[in-house]
Design a protein around this ligand. Sequence first.
Ligand code: FES
Ligand code: FES
Length: 198
Amino acid sequence: MALSGAVGVAAMMPDPVTASSSVGASAPQTVSVKLKVNGESQSVQCDARTTLLDFIRDHLRLTGTKKGCDHGQCGACTVAVNGDRINSCLSLAAMHDGDSIETIEGLAKQGKLHPMQAAFITHDGFQCGFCTSGQIMSAVALLDEHANGQPSHVTDDIADKAIELSDGEIRERMSGNICRCSAYPNIVAAIRDVAARR
Ligand code: FES
Ligand code: FES
């Protein structure tokens, strides 16, 4: 006898236990990733789905890079890849084989803080500090981008290679980094200070 209505539909649905076990039957794929982090060569086997953020924190134990939102909204996970800042939570480690990564741990040299780190302290550019490593990595990259003449969304003349680094430019260029403690005025002051001394 033919099944009808909801009973018939239910009979055609795959058994959830069977369905999930067949998905789980394929083992996670492991990949070998070789890259440089803060000047040191690293070679690590990891699950192919590992984000660069988890790779840095969990495999290399460099926990200065923070996980805030884990989906590209807050900037706490900002690192430099071959000199360009990215959200490491949005990128897979396997995509960076051969790349050179810089994290907050790599900024200070021979026990001396990077000028941007020192300026954040001088200008009180943080409260809880959770966003701070991402803010500093972004701020360092921002100054290089500006020095290279890269315009932002608020640049009036994008052909102008000598863009004035106004507070508006700094705020726009730092807009991918959220601070729940709202230390923004002091962060801008720190960046302005370092920019003026370059
Ligand atoms: Fe990556 Fe928030 S943790 S953007
Ligand atoms: Fe607390 Fe920025 S200092 S979130």
